[in-house]
Design a protein around this ligand. Structure first.
Ligand SMILES: *[C@@H]1O[C@H](CO)[C@@H](O)[C@H](O)[C@H]1NC(C)=O
Ligand SMILES: *[C@@H]1O[C@H](CO)[C@@H](O)[C@H](O)[C@H]1NC(C)=O
Length: 332
């Protein structure tokens, strides 16, 4: 029943998206170039798909899905760009993979595919490589010209937050509580640094671990994450024993109090979300269908258009505004 309802929701959403977007990139070979680039990098580093998925999230939550997260600082903005925000600095990754795909696409279709679209398609391909469901990514995004570290600090969800804070951050980009639960399911792959949850291991009553965390698992995590805080911070899988499989084990782990981050655990703790968490823990296919739907919802966040965006030539920098280009940029 729930599955049938969600299929209806999926197709209605598809129709709405189609009115603002196109299906398929404005360069037929581009989808294959992205898929191949993501796959080649996965062979070199099996953790890279998780990085690309997170990159898409961190892009869409700040200024909408417009590749603002990829802009490098320029002499005028110093370090004041998104990539230096608390949730990104030394942790957001995958830029070089997007750059690689962009270079391949520019060689065949110059100026046709935005970096924002490449990130969205690469995120889809990343989940598919590890067992997620294929879905059509609506495309036609333009790249933004603004990257603001302060805004990123305000908008990115933090691993220390409670359910109300998380709901607010998701609502900022038009996402529901259901989207919050499903998109948190992206933690079915990937790792996190100890510093994002070390407080749960050492800073509760009498220096004991957070009692909401499975005691045996907490003891195992304390052996990996030392209290002094090693540099670089060690990492652990977000989905215990299942970090390379895009499956619903993340939700089963939440139910067993094996959620690593506070922001994971609150999903099974809150009465508003625990029902859905338990439901997803029991139905692997439902998770995959609903995750794809929520990814499309997130990918729809605040698109730039030709009026306020551009197709960047290089993903790390806005296009230089040569006189010959101004007409193109201003044209709607
Ligand atoms: C960056 O975002 C902050 C927080 O929303 C805002 O106050 C500030 O004006 C923005 N800076 C620029 C240069 O737009
Ligand atoms: C430990 O917890 C206290 C109270 O919640 C907090 O003020 C402090 O910053 C925490 N310290 C660390 C190292 O997380």
């Amino acid at each position: 029943m729930a599955a049938r309802l969600s299929l209806v929701a999926c197709c209605l959403l598809g129709l709405i998206a189609a009115t603002i977007a196109q299906i398929g990139l404005q360069c037929p070979p581009a989808e294959a170039s992205i898929r191949d680039t993501v796959f080649q990098n996965f062979l070199k580093d099996p953790t890279s798909p998780a990085g690309l998925l997170r990159l898409h999230f961190h892009d869409c939550f700040v200024e909408g899905c417009d590749a603002s997260v990829m802009l490098e600082s320029t002499p005028t903005d110093g370090t004041d760009v998104e990539r230096f925000a608390d949730g990104n600095d030394n942790s957001v990754r995958g830029f070089e993979i997007i750059d690689e795909a962009k270079t391949r696409i520019e060689a065949v279709c110059p100026g046709a595919v935005s970096c924002a679209d490449i990130i969205a398609v690469a995120a889809r391909d990343s989940s598919v490589i590890l067992g997620g469901l294929f879905y059509q990514v609506p495309t036609g995004r333009y790249d933004g010209r603004v990257s603001n570290r302060t805004l990123a600090n305000e908008r990115l969800a933090s691993p220390f937050e409670n359910i109300d804070q998380l709901k607010r951050k998701f609502a900022n980009v038009g996402l529901s509580t259901q989207d919050l639960v499903l998109l948190s399911g992206g933690h079915t792959i990937g790792r996190t640094k100890c510093r994002f949850f070390e407080n749960r291991l050492y800073n509760f009553t009498g220096g004991l671990p957070d009692p909401r965390l499975n005691a045996e698992y907490a003891a195992a995590l304390r052996r990996i994450c030392t209290p002094q805080g090693a540099d670089p911070s060690p990492t652990v899988a977000l989905d215990r024993n299942s970090e390379f499989s895009f499956d619903n084990a993340y939700f089963r782990n939440l139910v067993a109090n094996n959620g690593v981050l506070n922001s994971d655990h609150v999903l099974v703790e809150s009465s508003e979300t625990s029902g859905l968490v338990r439901f997803l823990a029991q139905d692997p296919n439902l998770f995959k269908v609903l995750f794809a739907e929520s990814m499309i919802n997130m990918g729809n966040a605040a698109w730039k258009t030709r009026a306020n965006g551009e197709i960047r030539r290089k993903c790390s920098a806005v296009n230089t505004r040569l006189t010959t280009e101004v007409g193109h940029i201003a044209a709607v």
